[in-house]
Design a protein around this ligand. Structure first.
Ligand SMILES: C[S@@+](CC[C@H](N)C(=O)[O-])C[C@H]1O[C@@H](n2cnc3c(N)ncnc32)[C@H](O)[C@@H]1O
Length: 690
């Protein structure tokens, strides 16, 4: 199929996607679940959406039967497939079909038919199990273009893809996060990047390893990427579509300059432009009930004290009570006021502007804001009409409850100062000259979210505490335009200009009805590893801006607030690995990079792999270079990165064996087919771990 230009391609497939979504709503929406047969028949009647064969539809209907009686067929189906929450228009706006859909992608089968090779048991394939450091490449500018929870660097994944696949093979990652597997598969076609791994690329395309042995061929591999989170897949879609970045950068920087001029009233002060500001929580002294500004009371000699005297009554106070200092715990006062962004009266924790750094040319100076003028700043918003701001409330959860109960913040929009919120909201509304540039612009906006929100502390690193929604009591507000400009320039300086080789889908891995069996040549995957990272809760912070949100019920995590225990996790992982086993071609490999934060979770993964009929051939511990905050702070965390190598047993061995007997390929084929009871062990430095 050819199109006049990329926009025409997008429009055409958006039309198809719209028809599919409308058909789903028309045929399943508002229909109650009556009988299993009725549910199956109704799902079968959907023509424009891949629903799966009869047997799978029966299985699905069986699961749907157990949903709450108030849910119609559409909602039950959506819950099972991990269909994100969002209006049809918002899903379409975010999507870039056929490459990316902010819902399950109905075009994957066509993509695989077009690019993949059908499974042929007579085609010999042999590779030995392989494991390499998964933390390699964490300083790479591509890797750092957009942060995410426990990203696996693309350079580390490239070694695996080069080892297990050849150009044109189809690689899959169903917990794709930011799509590093897709970036890696794309860069397997890039000589410079391959050589940066210490390999040599010969003129005939052969890739030699460090011992000069040929082991692979240069050339892009195709990837199918999916994740439950629309934030993850939106980022993955952009990451795998980095091309012509110079023209994007020029347009984006010009647009930021225009926006800055249009909103000059926002950051302008008498003697320059606000480069950054310091904001402080306000607390109530539990002894004298007077209000105190944390910045004024707790800071001494540039350091924050845990316990300090109340400036009004002198009693020892702190954010937490302390036996050693005798400090009592401060309380949080709230303001009840009209919120112009939410357009309603809200109760918000008190928070004040205490200092500003003003920029004029290259000179900067800091100005303290006197107590009597701390609210003056709000006057500049009077009579302004606010851009479209997310009105979402954080739903209850492990991280969100800490935010709601700890900081008193209930809405996404209260994660920003009014100035940052106005500027950020304004920028999210801008459209560039093409859908691709608009998407890249929003990729940059989502990448700076942690840095311009109240997660950013005055003390501590950039972007705040990762893996949490923690808002420190002293916030460093950065000029949104400055931060965005820096991000855009960084993206513009990336030397990557590759053709698109990935198709991205937003759905739960537990039901891959849109990926046919035996079609995938290799899987690299990094599943959620228990309770440390609550993806749905954390991602909601940006998904509120994308207007398409994760189905939290399907998030494969341990979460006592959502009543997700080990049984839930094991159940989800078993379904996930069964789907992996179904779509993988027989005789092919899956690499599971797994952060082992808890042994019970590791056992659940092992059982899930085994129950799926995959055979574990090797398990290794890899030393990590960086520790995440949660891992460091969780008492008893096992905190190891494991690489598990497994394969799907071969079909058609006997036929192939006649052809390959006596060759190395034949031996590997035999080994992988018959040695089903390989012991599962963990090795470190070549020794078995006990
Ligand atoms: C460890 S992260 C993967 C990070 C990824 N390797 C990267 O480099 O960005 C695990 C991912 O699993 C996703 N996830 C959780 N439950 C899921 C489900 N039921 N189906 C698909 N993805 C799920 C989360 O949204 C998260 O992005």
């Amino acid at each position: 199929m050819t199109f006049e230009n990329d926009e025409a391609r997008r429009e055409y497939f958006l039309g198809l996607l719209r028809e599919g979504l409308e058909e789903l709503h028309a045929k399943l929406g508002g229909v109650p679940f009556t009988t299993l047969e009725d549910a199956v028949e109704r799902m079968k009647s959907v023509e424009k959406w891949p629903m799966g064969d009869d047997a799978r539809l029966h299985k699905l209907a069986e699961r749907m039967r157990h949903a709450a009686s108030s849910k119609d067929l559409l909602q039950r189906w959506k819950d099972e497939v991990g269909f994100p929450h969002g209006e049809i228009e918002d899903i379409l706006n975010l999507s870039d079909p056929p490459y990316y859909t902010a819902c399950p992608n109905p075009f994957i089968e066509d993509f695989i038919k077009h690019y993949g090779k059908p499974y042929d048991p007579n085609v010999p394939y042999s590779r030995e199990p392989f494991a390499a450091d998964v933390s390699e490449g964490k300083n790479d500018p591509i890797y750092n273009a957009h942060s995410y929870h426990t990203k696996v660097p693309h350079k580390a994944i490239m070694r695996y893809i080069l080892h297990y696949t050849e150009p044109g093979d189809v690689v899959f990652d169903g917990f794709c996060g930011t799509g590093m597997t897709g970036v890696a598969a794309q860069l397997c076609g890039d000589k410079k990047t391959i050589e940066s791994l210490g390999y040599t690329v010969l003129p005939d395309g052969s890739v030699l390893d460090e011992t000069n042995e040929p082991f692979s061929k240069i050339g892009e591999r195709q990837t199918v990427l999916s994740d439950l989170s629309p934030l993850a897949t939106f980022v993955a879609c952009n990451y795998t579509n980095f091309s012509n970045l110079v023209s994007f950068t020029q347009e984006a920087l010009e647009l930021v300059a225009q926006a800055e001029r249009a909103l000059s009233w926002l950051y302008e002060e008498k003697d320059g432009v606000v480069a950054s500001s310091i904001w402080s929580d306000v607390f109530l002294c539990p002894n004298c009930s007077a209000e105190l500004v944390f910045w004024d009371a707790a800071l001494k000699d540039g350091k924050m004290r845990k316990s300090f005297p109340c400036p009004h009554c002198g009693s020892a106070v702190g954010k937490s009570a302390s036996k050693s200092t005798g400090a009592t715990k401060l309380e949080r006062p709230f303001d009840t006021r009209y919120d112009p962004a939410l357009k309603k009266i809200v109760r918000v924790p008190k928070f004040v502007l205490v200092e500003q750094t003003i920029r004029r040319g290259s000179a900067r100076h800091s100005l303290k804001v006197p107590p009597e003028s701390r609210d003056d700043f709000l006057k500049r918003f009077e009579g302004r009409s606010w851009p479209d701001i997310p009105t979402d409330e954080f739903f209850p959860g492990r991280q969100t409850n800490k935010l709601i109960n700890g900081s008193g913040i209930s809405h996404v929009c209260h994660m920003y100062t009014p100035r940052a919120l106005f500027a950020y909201g304004y920028l999210w509304q801008l459209e560039l000259s093409s859908a691709k540039h608009t998407a890249l612009f929003r990729f940059c906006l989502s990448a700076i979210n942690n840095y311009i929100s109240r997660k950013q502390g005055y003390f501590g690193g950039g972007g705040g505490v990762s893996g949490t929604l923690f808002t420190p009591s002293i916030h460093l507000e950065r000029n949104v335009f400055d931060v965005l400009r820096r991000k855009i320039k960084k993206i513009g300086s990336l030397s990557v200009d590759k053709k698109r080789t990935s198709v991205v889908s937003t759905q739960s891995i537990t039901w891959l009805n849109n990926i046919p069996a035996n079609t995938i040549d290799y899987i690299f995957t990094d599943p959620p590893f228990g309770e440390s990272l609550q993806y749905a809760e954390l991602n909601m912070f940006i998904e509120a801006w994308l207007k398409v949100k994760t189905v939290p019920e399907d998030d494969c995590v341990l979460n006592y607030v959502h009543k997700k225990n080990l049984t839930f996790y094991s159940h989800m992982m078993t379904k996930a690995f069964s789907e992996y086993a179904r779509v993988l071609k027989p005789g092919r490999w899956i690499t599971i990079e797994f952060h082992n934060s808890q042994n019970a979770v590791w056992y659940a993964i092992q059982q899930a792999i085994e129950a799926a009929g995959l055979i574990v051939a090797d398990v290794r511990i890899l030393d990590k270079q960086q520790r995440s905050f949660n891992a460091v702070n969780r008492a008893g965390a096992v905190d190891q990165d494991l690489v598990i190598t497994a394969y799907k047993p071969n079909g058609g061995l006997e036929d192939r064996f006649k052809l390959t007997a006596g060759t190395e390929e034949g031996v590997w084929d035999f080994v992988r087919t018959h040695l089903k009871q390989l012991p599962v062990f963990v090795s470190k430095d070549g020794k078995a771990e006990v």
